[in-house]
Design a protein around this ligand. Structure first.
Ligand SMILES: [Zn+2]
Length: 308
């Protein structure tokens, strides 16, 4: 019995010192705004999602890029599902994790439907690091994601403080990814394509920022470690729902339950199944995967992702 205990304590001691030796990571808290019984801004458009759902999707994409392409960054989410998390709890999660960075993801709304564009908020324009991160995000939005940037704002602009920025003790920003009350922007924010572009803009800004802040640390994973590189996973993808020997009308009632436009293609093949039917147009495999399960649930169990 004693021997076992002795052995265990050696293992524990070794593993503890191992953890200390490895402490060269930074901690990022990603906060998807609202959730559960707080929808945030509610959509005005049939079939579109409320703010809480869009925030979660963008936050999840952003976090997945960090995990996939960066090393030495630990990501903590304040929520990963549609659940209610109080503002106090979000602050508490970030402060107790001793996080280095806090990024809150939101979408905006306005009673004037013409209002559009992205904004990144900081608690005060005098907090240099937060302002630097916010500037980088807005720059990526306007220069790389082709969004209309409304700039970096602080509590003076808003005429009130944002609780999650006021009480979190680390460098932090709150990103407003666009207005769901503007028809064109709502469409973009509701598309997988738009969500991915917004998330990758935030990702590139964050990557550039931490490289500047921690010049002696290595954050970028070697390409061999990123299982599918951007190039092989990106392109143009669709979901093939079926194939047939003779041409079937794409307006046929059997496609109605998909509620999506179906495209028919004739293949140059010796196979008897000469026609394939696809839906959607996705910029990455991950985006197509999100739709695939929905399509399978609508009765097209053999649906697959194809490159176009
Ligand atoms: Zn919000």
């Amino acid at each position: 019995m004693k021997k076992v205990f002795f052995f265990l304590s050696i293992v524990l001691t070794c593993s503890t010192s191992f953890i200390y030796a490895q402490q060269s990571e930074i901690v990022l808290v990603i906060d998807a705004g609202h959730g559960g019984n707080d929808p945030g801004h509610e959509t005005l458009i049939n079939g579109h999602s409320d703010e809480k759902t869009l925030n979660l999707k963008i936050a999840n994409y952003f976090g997945s890029y960090v995990s996939k392409y960066l090393t030495n960054v630990r990501v903590i989410y304040t929520r990963t599902s549609d659940k209610t998390v109080s503002l106090d709890d979000r602050v508490e999660i970030a402060n107790t994790a001793n996080a280095n960075y806090f990024i809150s993801i939101h979408c905006n709304g306005n009673s004037r439907r013409s209002v559009r564009g992205t904004e990144t908020h900081v608690h005060s324009l005098s907090i240099k690091k937060s302002v630097s991160l916010a500037n980088k995000i807005e720059k990526q939005f306007s220069q790389r994601a082709n969004r209309h940037s409304r700039g970096v704002k602080d509590k003076e602009d808003l005429t009130h403080s944002l609780q999650v920025l006021k009480y979190t003790q680390m460098t932090g920003v709150l990103v407003e990814c666009g207005f769901i009350t503007n028809t064109k922007e709502a469409k973009y924010l509701n598309s997988t394509y738009g969500q991915e572009i917004i998330a990758s803009a935030i990702f590139r800004a964050f990557r550039g920022f931490i490289q500047e802040q921690h010049p002696t640390m290595n954050f970028v994973k070697p390409i061999s470690e990123t299982t599918a590189s951007m190039d092989s996973s990106r392109g143009s993808f669709a979901i093939q729902i079926m194939s047939s020997k003779t041409a079937v009308d794409v307006k046929s009632s059997s496609f109605k339950r998909l509620k999506m436009d179906v495209t028919r293609k004739k293949l140059n093949t010796t196979s008897t199944y000469k026609y394939i039917y696809t839906v959607g147009n996705y910029s990455s495999i991950s985006a197509a995967k999100l739709e695939l399960s929905k399509i399978q649930k609508r009765g097209f169990r053999d649906a697959i992702i194809v490159r176009q």
